[in-house]
Design a protein around this ligand. Structure first.
Ligand code: PGA
Length: 256
């Protein structure tokens, strides 16, 4: 059967660059990627909230624009929060939810991530749900059940859609994020296969065929080709290297 999952490369700028610097970066990055592409590859950038409106003009029709979080609430008295509707109105196409830095420093749970997925989908935005185990969980050998629990809790809400443009999963082993350590292509593919199997068993064959699973954690221009070659690896979520024009363009261009 034809693969229904077009490859996807997303950058995550985290809390880096001022808005004007971000605009300049995007202004150089977008043509660098577009000039090198010999076939259409879906790619995009998750940027700070303050950059969205500025970057929407730079990325429109060329790259997906995303936020790094959104509120679990649709609107109301939630000081400091940004709703999915606000993201949609700022030109967003997607948002990350459940990133390990939000889990670690802001106490985000998988249940909250699930509510955020629903809020985003209500606004027609794609949700990128991040899962992954800590070093301790990897070393103790129970990473499979950690990831299965994150999937179970994050994807349990009724009304959640599992279509190709509605939900993307990102496997990001916490021990590989920003550390320079990467999962080996075999380790990544093993967990991706496990996630796909979970989708098949719990959400049916359409979800298993359509939901893309990205790998994230110290992806760079030299390791991207190998990591992306795994049968179940549909793309990458790139942190540090997405702030470097040549490196990120090369990662997008390494999609075969
Ligand atoms: P990294 O970050 O590529 O800098 O490891 C990945 C991420 O946190 O999404």
């Amino acid at each position: 059967m034809m693969n229904q999952r077009p490859p996807l490369i997303l950058g995550n700028w985290k809390m880096n660059t001022l808005p004007e610097e971000g605009r300049l970066l995007a202004r150089q990055l977008v043509p660098t990627v577009m000039d090198g592409l010999h076939r259409p590859v879906e790619w995009g950038l998750a940027v700070p909230m303050t950059h969205l409106a500025l970057l929407a003009t730079e990325t429109k029709g060329k790259a997906l624009l995303g936020a790094q979080d959104c509120s679990v609430h649709p609107h109301g008295a939630y000081t400091g929060e940004v709703s999915a509707a606000m993201l949609a109105a700022s030109g967003c196409d997607f948002a990350l939810v459940g990133h390990s830095e939000r889990r670690q420093y802001h106490g985000e749970t998988s249940l909250q991530a699930g509510q955020k997925i629903l809020r985003l989908q209500e606004q027609g935005l794609m949700a990128v749900y991040c899962v992954g185990e800590s070093l301790e969980q990897r070393q103790s050998g129970n990473y499979a059940s950690v990831i299965q629990n994150q999937l179970q809790e994050g994807l349990m809400l009724e009304g959640l859609s599992l279509g190709v443009s509605e939900l993307v999963l990102a496997y990001e082993p916490v021990w590989a994020i920003g550390t320079g350590l990467t999962a080996s292509p075999e380790q990544a593919n093993e967990v991706h296969a496990l996630i796909r199997h979970w989708l098949l068993q719990n959400r049916g064959s359409n979800a298993a065929e359509q939901v893309r699973i990205l790998y994230g954690g110290s992806v760079n221009a030299s390791n991207a080709g190998d990591l992306l070659s795994g049968e179940h690896v549909d793309g990458a979520l790139v942190g540090g290297a997405s702030l470097q024009i040549r490196a990120f363009a090369d990662i997008v261009l390494s999609v075969r």
